[in-house]
Design a protein around this ligand. Structure first.
Ligand SMILES: [Zn+2]
Ligand SMILES: [Zn+2]
Length: 282
């Protein structure tokens, strides 16, 4: 993994919430865009000696029906996971969360926790997906941002900075997802001043508001008031990125501010439950 020693260095001084790598709170199943059944994920977690497995299905979002659950789907998700929580009570601590997109609709269920994520930027009359494909992003940049990746990225971070205010979530998901298709600086220069400024201002805006996790996850995420950020290995598991989200300079900012961080695999199949955790933990 590129930057591995840099991540390990930063983590040494961090308030890492799952230092044994036996907790994952970012898990998808076939009830949204994942591959496996919830029970297959539970069994994989038991097999891997996990202590806590948190499910985070994509919540209902009108313009994202390929990836998310419908309203009825959310009902089924809730029922299925309640049953699994009870069935495996003695073997695994299951938490029922959800990944709430910035533009999600409201929710029907009192989830144990929510991950706040920006998967889209809003453009006139439409929403442009940030993590669908390079081609889709490039087309959107042409169509809505006059070909300027900079304007697109600035729009993304303007949105990202408001993610907790808007969603009321407990965790910040994949902070710099906009870099997913930017391997080797294909779309924009992550070292440029304007880039660092846009990304850091999103972090600072998130930090400017106190955040208190829901009671159901205070044992895992702490009492607040500092927001909790993911170190998310999902882009690596998909072969898109060479490093977790967020980039080292952003993680450094987060850790220096004293915020707790948590390793998340954002897994969509059971083999990836701990993806990259071993390398990051050393
Ligand atoms: Zn996501
Ligand atoms: Zn996810």
């Amino acid at each position: 993994m590129r930057f591995l020693s840099e991540y390990r260095d930063i983590l040494r001084g961090a308030r890492l919430l799952n230092p044994a790598g036996d907790i994952n709170l970012h898990t998808h199943t076939c009830l949204c865009d994942g591959r496996d059944e919830p029970e297959e994920m539970v069994l994989a977690a038991v097999q891997a000696d996990f202590r806590v497995l948190g499910f985070s299905g994509h919540g209902y979002c009108l313009h994202d029906l390929d990836c998310c659950m419908t309203e009825e789907g959310e009902d089924a998700y809730w029922r299925i996971l309640q049953a699994l929580k009870e069935k495996y009570r003695r073997r695994l601590d299951i938490r029922i969360g959800m990944e709430r997109d910035f533009f999600n609709e409201n929710h029907l269920h009192p989830f144990d926790y929510e991950i706040g994520s920006v998967h889209y930027v809003e453009v006139p009359g439409d929403f442009l997906s940030v993590d669908d494909s390079y081609e889709a992003a490039a087309e959107g940049v042409e169509k809505y941002f006059g070909g300027s990746w900079r304007k697109y990225v600035e729009c993304y971070y303007e949105t990202e900075g408001q993610v907790l205010e808007r969603t009321g979530a407990d965790l910040v998901g994949h902070l710099d997802l906009v870099t997913k298709f930017n391997r080797n600086g294909r779309c924009f220069d992550e070292g440029a001043d304007w880039y660092r400024k846009a990304a850091l201002s999103a972090v600072r805006r998130i930090l400017s508001r106190p955040r208190f996790p829901r009671p159901a996850v205070r044992d895992l995420l702490g009492e607040g008031p500092l927001p909790v950020f993911e170190i998310n290995t999902g882009g690596m598991a998909k072969g898109c990125t060479d490093r977790p989200y967020p980039a080292p300079f952003l993680l450094r900012e987060i850790v220096d501010a004293g915020c707790p961080v948590v390793l998340s695999s954002d897994c969509h199949q059971r083999e990836s439950l701990r993806f990259g955790f071993g390398e990051l933990l050393g």
